[in-house]
Every structure is written in C-alpha cells, then in structure tokens.
Write a protein that binds this ligand. Sequence first.
Ligand code: DUC
Ligand code: ZN
Ligand code: ZN
Length: 487
Amino acid sequence: MADYDLIIKGGTVATATDTFKADIGIRDGRIAALGLGLDGAARTLDATGKLVLPGGIETHCHIEQESATGAMTSDDYFSGSVSAAFGGNSTIVPFAAQHRGQTITDVIRTYDDRAAPKSVLDYSYHLIVSDPTETVLNEELPMAFARGITSFKVFMTYDKLIVSDEAMLDILVTAKENGGLTMVHAENNALIKWMVNRLIARGYAAPKYHAVSHPAASEAEAIQRGIALASFVEAPLLFVHVSTDAGARTIADARMNGHMIFGETCPQYMFLTADDLDRPGAEGAKFCCSPPLRDKATQDVLWRHLNAGTLQLYSSDHAPYRFDETGKLSSGSNPPFNRIANGLPGIELRAPLLFSEGVTKGRLSLNAFVALTATNAARLFGMQDRKGSIAIGLDADIAIWDPEKKTRVTATGMHDNMDYTPFEGLELTGWPVTVLNRGNVIVDGGELKAERGAGQFVKRLPFDGTGFVPARAPEMMPATNFGANLF
Ligand code: DUC
Ligand code: ZN
Ligand code: ZN
C-alpha cells in the first residue's frame, strides 16, 4: 500500500513565515509529510519550478445573496466557488445576510440550502446582522457561534441595514462574550445621504458622482467612531474594505494603542481609481462600489499599510452584478449613481493581482502574500486548526503557482457568471495552475476537476486573535468597568 495518496514533488513551499524546498506527502486529505525525496504515493504532481502555497482563503465575497434592495448576485455557490477555485482559493467565507424581520435560524438554513449542494470549495459564512433584537443577541447569535459561524458584519450606513451606536455596543459585547468577531462597514450614513440628496437635486447624477457622495471623511469618521465604541467595551472589531489613508491611519493608531482593531482592503482600491467611474455613457456603473474607488495616491498608501501590518486582510469583496437589467442597469440604461447596485466582481483575480503587482514587481514579499491571501484569514476567522498554512496535520489545501505564467485579463477568461471584469486588459505575471482542497485536485491545467457540492462546511473556532491582538502596556488598560459587571 502506498504511504501517501498524493505527493507534490520538487516545488518551493512558502508559508507566511518561511520559504523552503520540500515535497509534500498527502494522506486522507491532510498534509502527512514535508521533506525532500518523499516517495511512495498513488499519484505524484510535479511542481518543479513552481511555488507551492497554502490555498487562498477568500473571506469577503457576496455569493447567492440578496441585497437589502432585493438584487440577487449573479453568482451562485457553484459559479462563485468555481471562479474562486480558478483564482487559487481552497476556502470561501461569503455572507449570509439577515434582512429585517428574518430570524438568524432561517438565514442560516437558507444559506445551508444554497451552499451545500453547489460549493466546490470548503465554505463557511459570516452573518450580516441588520435586526439585532433581544432574541438575536441573546439566543440566535450565541447559537450561530456554537455552530461555528463565529463572525458577522454590521453596517454603519444604508437605511435598510444600519445599526445604531447603541445597538453596535450591544452587538460588540455579545460577540466578545461568545467568541465572535464583529466586522463593520464603516461609512457615515448622514454625510452620504446629505451629499447624495444635494448632488441629485442639482442634477449631478452620473456614475462619477458616486465617489463624490462618499467622501473620505465619511469613512474616517465612521472608523473613528467604531474604534471608540469597540475599545470602550474592549471588544475586537474588524473594519472591512478600508479605502482611505485617513481610515487606515486611524486603525494603525488604535493598534498602536493596543486595541483589538483589524483592517481589510480590496483589489479595487489598489488597482482602480475614481477616474474609472467617468468612463463614457453608463460604463462608469461597472465601477460603482461602496466605499467608492479613490485615487492613485491612496493606492500607494494602501500598499504601505498592507506591508506595515495595519491591514491584515486583502479580500475581493466580490459583489457580482451584471451590466444588464438584472444588475447594474436594473433602474434603466442610464441610471443615476444612487440607483446603481454597489459592488464589483473579482474573486478569481484577487490573488493573481496581488501576486503580479506585489510579488512579481517586488512590492510585497512572497511570505506577506501568503499571509494576506490565506494565513491571516484562517487565524482571524477561527480556521487555523485546519487551514491557512502548509504544516503537518493541516488540510491539504494547496495552490501551485507558476510564477512566470502570463495572463491577459478578459471577462470571457473568468469563470464567474459575469459579463464584465473591471480589470479587463491587465497583463499579469504569475497564476495558480493547480489547486487542491483537502487533497483533492479541484483545478488543474485550466480545467475544473471538482464535483458540484464537493465542498464542506467548516466549523470555525471562536475568535482568539493570538498573534494578532496588539500588545498592551498595563497602564493602558482602560478603567471602564468601575468594578461593576457592565459588559
Ligand atoms: N459593502 C460590501 O461589503 N460589499 C458591497 C457593497 C457594500 O456596501
Ligand atoms: Zn460593506
Ligand atoms: Zn462586501
């Protein structure tokens, strides 16, 4: 009998901390051995000249999700997970959205029904909580955490999703007490609404005014407020899709002060700018997302924040709405900016964009790339016992990258259910040519090898933040409890 089911031979392995030559022996879906000259497998993959990296973990994507205004994303759990797999990912964590009036139990059941028969990748969900009733806070969220769904997102903007500051405090405390991690969309609702109303009233309705209506000040203020609330109750808080220098610097400052504050940014803020919203006709609608695209100076500064560790996550925020009446043009062929579905597709390009622009061009180390695309997500979202690195005992979730492979991005080359890509025409160097999930080859040589529904639900651990929570000097411990058991 063979010692291993599969050996990946001759590659250069990289983790978030180390780069070394090793073969990888895989047995029963897990990494069983690492070493040179491994032998005795039913099957061998030759990785000579290739990089052998942990499979990506995409923890910010919207798949088979209704928005608060009723629009359905174009990708379901099959096309979304397939596209993610072709982009070097082994695990996805999309959102399971509660709309007001829905119970969390129903939401989870709905998403289980959507994901289990279709996902080719292992998956979990973050809940979106828009209706934090007493039952949700005291019964349903603790129940979801116990089921291994240990993170959820709340919104500081959008009338149909926004939670008040008081509700946010309740939510943060509930998460803290039950081992959950709160994620937040931080933009100032009043400022955006005020801008939208004035712009539309004065006839400034073209897509480019979407960026004008969501100024950097809106993000900066909401991040400051979110930090004030979270640090007051000493709860961890993750700011998603950070798009401004002011926002990122506020996060860096909070971390410097020892608060459990984390940040994520996305490829659209690093590779596109608000100028893309000013393309002819309605084309700019393809680039409407919130927070909006910014400018070249912000791109440069976000690279620095990624390298400096201010932002631990880099996610696609894949929110696929087609450029037709089902998506971007649901309010007509020339919609005002405030009636365009918010979001860009990009789940397949997330890691290749960062590899090409970061690793290939020398702006990011290979180990930082691994941390940003896999390891940090595993640790922040409670999957570190199974995923996010290459080590004996972990799931054999692996992406084999050809660092020389050149790809010209086209919409038709993508495997999602979209009719455009905002990254059309970019020339990339480096691509994940073979992808494994729990030892099974799911993508190889440009072909899908996985069965629909082969992915499994990942029961995640409570948030613990080991290695991520900033060190805090004892004199900086806030004296907020005043001896009473308030939170
Ligand atoms: N927030 C997201 O995270 N994605 C799409 C739109 C939004 O508001
Ligand atoms: Zn958001
Ligand atoms: Zn999103």
